[in-house]
Design a protein around this ligand. Structure first.
Ligand SMILES: CC(C)(COP(=O)(O)OP(=O)(O)OC[C@H]1O[C@@H](n2cnc3c(N)ncnc32)[C@H](O)[C@@H]1OP(=O)(O)O)[C@@H](O)C(=O)NCCC(=O)NCCS
Length: 169
């Protein structure tokens, strides 16, 4: 299977935060952000693999700062690295103040998707070729993050996580 550039899986979606998506303080619900992230990551996974892809894990999401009613939220996602059938997807959340136009990176998230066939069985995906500095950095760290998520999900013994252990030696 031909490797594909990280740009093949780029996706960008923009939303406006509406009243029914906020809590009583006027801040975006965490669950709403998770849903938007899931959709953007799914588009990235589909674009990269050109297969059906399902969410297998939400690995990291930080709610570092409140996102306010009326803000424009843009999610930019891409496949940072693939393994056999799984894909790590990285999503950056940009928040724009609709009055001032000021835009800032509010948080980043990491999801894992698996490509599947029509019966829902995992299928192989193309490798990612990172090009930009950021893509290279994210690609390089993905193996350690994979080992961590496989340990947390009971799929790997900590003693076998060689790349992860190397961080502490
Ligand atoms: C995704 C799914 C098909 C994987 O099936 P499975 O029997 O676990 O398949 P495998 O053991 O072959 O694992 C497939 C890949 O998933 C990865 N994986 C499985 N569980 C994982 C977890 N909890 N965290 C991270 N990766 C996981 C494996 O490491 C493997 O990756 P690799 O091929 O790159 O090495 C199955 O778990 C499933 O259907 N889950 C439900 C998906 C869903 O409904 N999502 C929400 C709606 S989109």
């Amino acid at each position: 299977m031909e490797p594909r550039p990280a740009s093949a899986g780029y996706a960008e979606t923009t939303h406006i935060v509406l009243p029914n998506e906020t809590n009583t303080m006027g801040n975006l619900f965490g669950g709403q952000l998770l849903k938007w992230l899931d959709i953007s990551c799914a588009i990235s996974a589909h674009r990269h693999s050109r297969r059906l892809a399902v969410t297998v894990a939400v690995n990291h999401v930080g709610f570092d700062q409140p996102i306010r009613l009326g803000d424009f939220v843009t999610i930019k996602s891409h496949v940072s690295r693939t393994f056999s059938t799984s894909m790590e997807i990285w999503a950056d959340v940009w928040v724009e103040d609709q009055h001032t136009g000021a835009s800032k990176l509010a948080t980043s998230a990491i999801y894992t998707f698996v490509a599947v066939d029509d019966q829902g069985k995992p299928v192989a995906v193309p490798e990612v070729v990172p090009v930009t500095e950021e893509e290279v950095r994210r690609y390089a760290g993905a193996l350690r993050r994979r080992q961590l998520r496989l340990i947390l999900s009971g799929r790997m013994q900590p003693k076998d996580a060689t790349e992860l252990k190397a961080l502490f030696t």
